[in-house]
Design a protein around this ligand. Sequence first.
Ligand SMILES: [Zn+2]
Length: 161
Amino acid sequence: MTETQPRSDNYSPKFLVDGMLGSLATKLRILGFDTKYDKDSNDHDLILKASEEGRVLVTSDKELYLHAKQQHVKAILVKGTSEEERLLELFQEAGVESLDLSNMSRCSACNFLLVDTGTKDELGRPIFKCINCGKSYWRGSHWRKLDALFSSVNRSLASNR
Ligand SMILES: [Zn+2]
């Protein structure tokens, strides 16, 4: 399959999120970032994986963060207490200038890509499906809360630029 869509100029890093930050990993996927979530590997293996796969290691564990830095592996230490603070820190550190909220592109359960099924829900919202696990997605009532969170992060990113 060839890529026909023009690529966005917005820098899009790939992430490896450690076991303590599961809900952050889910949100990164919803936002379309290629994100692995690993709650089984030890520190050594996490650093190795991040390095091998060109992913930014995301952790709230200061020791793990420092170890990664020592080995010149890109890592972000997330310290915020609210999800909004964490997201903002993460994107500022990662050099992401704005979030694209227009598209649904990645499965929050397994990180594979979503395809538009061509069908719509009863309110006319398009339904997407994961090419790997088959889970269906549409922007129902749950999206309103996420949209508010992401929009707020987007505003902060814009004002801090
Ligand atoms: Zn999936």
